[in-house]
Design a protein around this ligand. Structure first.
Ligand SMILES: C[S@@+](CC[C@H](N)C(=O)[O-])C[C@H]1O[C@@H](n2cnc3c(N)ncnc32)[C@H](O)[C@@H]1O
Length: 252
């Protein structure tokens, strides 16, 4: 089934919706329960064949959703055409629902906090990691919008698999906070609890005073003395892996 006026629907919804750019973003969003009112493909048959091959669980949904549009039309809907030439719009989850998910206790998986992150690609990569490890959510402080289209692109549609919100330092979820900093205690000797709040500093200036003050413990990732620091997203990857390898993430 195709929408009689997908372009009209798209243009009406675009400003208030989350753009899912490319087959994998659409697949992940559908798989994790996003409300997707409109989806387009330049080659509908090819997109459904890809779904049959890579994501049979979402094929039937995509068959209902996908409308074929000319290439020029597709290109007019997205800022940067994707090689799969598939795109969709999704409804952004309600902030209240995400706040409830972040506040729910007992928590069975950590919340990742990015303290004033600056790089949109890093934020997207972190959301993808959080989704992969089954983290409760990703919270950012500062000015970066974690739902910015570039972050959503970097997150491969996985914003719908974890709770993503921007909060102030005063509003962070409860729970023991472990803040990652090269000056901290070696993480290898510490078991991270499932209700941990894992905080990471800004690419530019590291952890803010507010987050340092709130932290229960500073933890360091192993690193040779001559190296100043790791990239933000790789630091989150190592820390979530450490949580999973020391007993967390039983559902992964
Ligand atoms: C690119 S680093 C920040 C570098 C920054 N110039 C500074 O002064 O700290 C971004 C964040 O990754 C984490 N990080 C990077 N390397 C780390 C390490 N060896 N141990 C613990 N955390 C680390 C910290 O949370 C850090 O604030």
């Amino acid at each position: 089934m195709t929408d009689p006026d997908p372009l009209g629907l798209w243009r009406r919804l675009a400003d208030a919706s989350v753009l899912l750019d490319g087959f994998h973003a659409v697949k992940h969003a559908v798989r994790f329960g996003a409300d997707v009112p409109v989806a387009v493909a330049v080659d509908r048959r090819a997109a459904l064949a890809l779904a049959g091959e890579l994501a049979p669980d979402v094929r039937a949904t995509l068959e209902t959703l996908l409308t074929e549009v000319p290439e020029a039309t597709y290109a007019s809907l997205v800022p940067r055409p994707h090689p799969t030439a598939v795109a969709a719009l999704a409804v952004r989850p309600a902030r209240e629902a995400n706040l409830r998910a972040l506040a729910r206790t007992p928590r069975t998986a950590p919340v990742v906090v990015l303290d004033d992150p600056r790089n949109l690609g890093n934020a997207g990569a972190v959301i993808r990691l959080a989704a992969g490890f089954g983290a409760t959510g990703v919270v950012t402080t500062g000015t970066l919008d974690p739902w910015h289209p570039t972050v959503v692109r970097g997150g491969a549609g996985l914003h719908f698999a974890t709770a993503v919100e921007r909060l102030t330092a005063d509003e962070l979820p409860a729970g023991p906070m472990f803040a990652l900093d090269p000056e901290g205690e070696d993480i290898r000797g510490v078991k991270l609890p499932d209700d941990a709040v894992l905080a990471f500093g800004s690419e530019r200036s590291g952890l803010s005073g507010a987050l340092r003050a709130r932290a229960d413990q500073l933890l360091a990732l192993p690193m040779r003395p001559q190296v100043s620091s790791y990239n933000l997203a790789t630091s989150v990857a190592m820390t979530l892996y450490h949580w999973s390898a020391t007993g967390g993430a039983t559902r992964v």
